[in-house]
Design a protein around this ligand. Sequence first.
Ligand SMILES: [Fe+2]
Length: 157
Amino acid sequence: MTVIDSPLPDKEREIAGSALQATLVDLLDLSLVAKQAHWNLYGPRFRSIHLQLDEVVTTARDYADVVAERAAALGVSPDGRTTTITATSGVPAFAPGWTKDVDAVEALVRAFAAVIGRVRERIEETGPADAVTQDLLIGLTADLEKQSWMFQAENRR
Ligand SMILES: [Fe+2]
């Protein structure tokens, strides 16, 4: 059923909508992983990483909203349900239980690498279909890569 008239033709709407939906799921899962790490963290670097993880949560949640609402504006129903996240997220699984500071940083470095790689592919795909969606994904990637840099810098010895 079409509720919202799309500004895009069918094929372009499909390409942009798929890229936005996949990005929405990755961002929602990234926000959950970062909160899991935020709550379960321990170790000598607790304070700084605890706070840094909430910056990831804020970025991921804010962009999830922007991405979902771009999909809606294109006439594509966004799907942020937990079952959809579980089935389609590209974020690596996060180990349960208390998490040592170095392990949390390592997990976030891996999570960022996975999400950035996937979003960069979508930048390529969306260019010809919808420059506005591509622009949104480019801005998102810049923020993700900034935070990835900070976690990588934390990780070097
Ligand atoms: Fe907190």
